[in-house]
Design a protein around this ligand. Structure first.
Ligand code: FPP
Length: 245
């Protein structure tokens, strides 16, 4: 199916897997793969802006990534700080609004301040919301939301939990892509991906280019999203209602 504005998902989420293998295959240190991963992310953001995607959410550092070798962890922190310092002006010119989702208290003051400044500098932009999940885990998000509601003595319902979670400012992802060949969710957006279409690519993240993104969008466009209903029920709805369901 060809890509038209009507078939582009409003919200794309990505598990950017495969940086380490990309580097190892080139006899490079793993961090070189993460650096190339930042380049791939930059390309992907611009492609999403060009295609009219409204929200892009990426998994940059998971709650479990602290278990990696210390130099890789500190390298990723450093990479984030440097990427922000370098990329924020261009992101802003492209109309990108940055949000960081995750447990910020475990991050260094320097990294936290970098995140705060990047969010503040891009707060007025409205072409694309870029959520960077950093020190994030889906289980963490559900648990922290439940704990916040309990502390305020508020009832725990689907709506109140959703509103207390880190992604409350955007609708749920329509399309969730994982690169790198693995077919797992790995604790990403456990709550929000309930009805996301899943797409797995064998490409390593640094090799995931515009053409690969278009293949994923075309695959998504050919899916029938039923949200628990039957095909027959969907056929009876007008097209606009089907797409916004
Ligand atoms: C998974 O690949 C990737 C990560 C844990 C880091 C993702 C980070 C980026 C793409 C760079 C953007 C980062 C920032 C800081 C903005 P892997 O290392 O698990 O790859 P492997 O499965 O081949 O070992």
């Amino acid at each position: 199916m060809s890509i038209t504005p009507a078939t582009v998902p409003h919200h794309i989420a990505i598990v950017m897997d495969g940086n380490g293998r990309w580097a190892t295959r080139r006899f490079l240190p793993r961090l070189a793969g993460h650096r190339q991963g930042v380049e791939s992310l930059r390309r992907c953001v611009r492609a999403c802006v060009a295609r009219g995607v409204g929200v892009l959410t990426v998994f940059a550092f998971s709650s479990e990534n602290w278990n990696r070798p210390a130099d890789e962890v500190s390298g990723l922190m450093d990479l984030l700080a440097k990427a922000l310092a370098r990329e924020v002006p261009q992101l802003s010119r492209d109309g990108v609004r940055l949000h960081f989702v995750g447990e910020k208290s475990a991050l260094s003051d320097k990294v936290r301040e970098g995140l705060r400044q990047a969010e503040a500098a891009t707060a007025a932009n409205d072409r694309l919301v870029l959520n960077v999940c950093f020190n994030y885990g889906g289980r963490w998000d559900i648990a922290q939301a439940a704990a916040a509601l309990a502390a305020r003595g508020e009832p725990i319902t689907e709506a109140s939990l959703h509103a207390a979670m880190g992604m409350a400012h955007v609708p749920d992802p329509d399309l969730l892509i994982r690169t790198g060949g693995e077919k797992r969710i790995s604790n990403f957006l456990l709550w929000q991906a309930a009805y996301s279409e899943l797409y797995f690519s064998d490409r390593l993240w640094p090799d995931f280019d515009e053409a690969a993104l278009d293949e994923a969008i075309a695959d998504y466009a050919a899916r029938e999203r039923r949200f628990g209903r039957t095909s027959e029920q969907l056929q009876q709805q007008p097209t606009a209602a089907r797409l916004s369901a």
